[in-house]
Write a protein that binds this ligand. Structure first.
Ligand SMILES: Cc1ncc(COP(=O)(O)O)c(C=O)c1O
Length: 383
């Protein structure tokens, strides 16, 4: 312990979703609604085909620090952009950590929604930052007033604003901002006289079944010069390649790109060459890209069926849920979420207690497992 610097002594990984998921999956009778990966777990056929044909060099040689020009084009194509700089990252997590670390000095404040994906708190802590939160939803809508209230305070104290927006299919609620809500948010940022950075965590972009997400038109936003979007891409979910660890950080500013390259080289150096080649081969080929879209529809449809069943049963038994549009998770407000977790665990049902909620990962369940689950959870909930 004495070998570790004082400021890191408190950084112990606990109550982590991956850890709880491991316990859940080692229970042979377990219903695992904890981890954010789609089940039944299958590698897409076109992914297998491409992987099988990769050369030794594609698989085992170093990649370049940023992933290379073709990867830049491929990731631009993935986001429906054309002229952005790109850096390959270890998953979406790598892109988010890099964005946060390069935009905030120690002691400055990162604004995140509540509830949110748990690692945001850890990323802030690892970088010596303060965290400010706003309640994501108010009356089942994006809480822009709440965002502005906290945003104004940070701007007046620190002369800048850096925040994470997790959209679409926000984890853990499954909420996606309406286009007007996104535009109103950008409208607020455009009016500020200080630099505003939106770290757009779009990890679940391909999980949404809305047309404006599928064709990426939701990203056509008018930004003034004081506003920068850092797009944090996770190929984990889009391509079902979670364990292969590939994502991308995408930005408009060349200087930012150069600094991010330095960060990458001195942190993880470069990323998974085989997966970089995979993304290039899909995103730059219209036919394979169409196959990918088709494969994703299966996941979107399955989620839609599972969520419909869970939500209708929740309604029948008066189990309150937060507003859900699409995505891997449904959230239930709950004061005693740790107790609910323990009680359900005794019945071999594993959910995740996060942010005064119980998060149910419908992505991990069969329809059969979803059936009756809302009622079971309701038995133990204190709202
Ligand atoms: C909201 C959110 N952001 C980012 C990520 C990062 O994903 P990965 O690093 O596996 O690409 C996840 C994964 O669970 C997530 O839920």
């Amino acid at each position: 312990m004495a070998f570790i610097i004082k400021s890191k002594l408190d950084n112990i990984l606990k109550d982590d979703a991956l850890g709880i998921g491991k316990v859940a999956s080692s229970d042979p009778m377990g219903i695992n609604a904890t981890v954010g990966s789609f089940q039944p777990f299958e590698v897409f056929d076109f992914v297998k085909e491409i992987e099988g044909g990769l050369s030794t060099k594609d698989k085992y040689a170093y990649s370049s620090v940023d992933g290379g020009e073709k990867f830049r084009q491929a990731t631009n194509s993935y986001l429906g952009l054309s002229d952005h700089y790109v850096i390959s990252t270890p998953g979406g997590t790598g892109a988010i950590t890099t964005s946060v670390g390069l935009t905030l000095e120690k002691g400055e404040t990162l604004l995140i929604p509540y509830p949110c994906w748990g690692p945001y708190f850890g990323i802030a802590k690892e970088n010596g930052l303060n965290v400010a939160t706003y309640t994501l939803l108010k009356d089942d809508k994006f809480n822009l007033d709440g965002f502005i209230e906290v945003g104004n305070k940070i701007i007046s104290e620190e002369g800048k604003l850096v925040f994470i927006l997790n959209d679409p299919c926000h984890n853990p609620t499954g909420y996606s901002l309406r286009q007007e809500e996104l535009e109103d948010l950008v409208g607020y940022l455009n009016k500020q006289k200080v630099p505003c950075t939106m770290i757009l965590d779009c990890a679940y972009l391909d999980i949404s079944n809305e047309a404006r997400h599928k064709d990426r038109s939701f990203l056509k936003l008018h930004l003034e010069d004081n506003v920068e979007i850092l797009y944090c891409v996770s190929y984990s979910k889009s391509y079902q390649i979670y364990g292969q660890r590939l994502g991308a950080l995408v930005m408009k500013d060349e200087f930012f790109y150069k600094v991010a390259c330095f960060h990458a080289r001195t942190t993880w150096s470069n990323c998974n060459h085989a997966m970089i080649t995979l993304i290039e081969k899909v995103e730059l080929d219209l036919e394979t890209k169409a196959k990918h879209k088709k494969a994703l529809e299966k996941i979107q449809n399955a989620l839609s069926e599972r969520s419909k069943l869970f939500l209708s049963e929740a309604k029948s038994c008066n189990l309150k849920t937060l507003k859900y549009d699409n995505g891997f998770f449904i959230s239930i407000p709950c004061k005693n979420n740790k107790e609910v977790f323990e009680k359900l665990k005794d019945e071999h049902i594993y959910v995740l207690p996060v942010c005064d909620l119980v998060r149910v990962a419908i992505c991990g369940l069969t329809l059969e497992q979803v059936k009756g689950l809302a009622k079971k959870i309701k038995e133990y909930i204190i709202e």
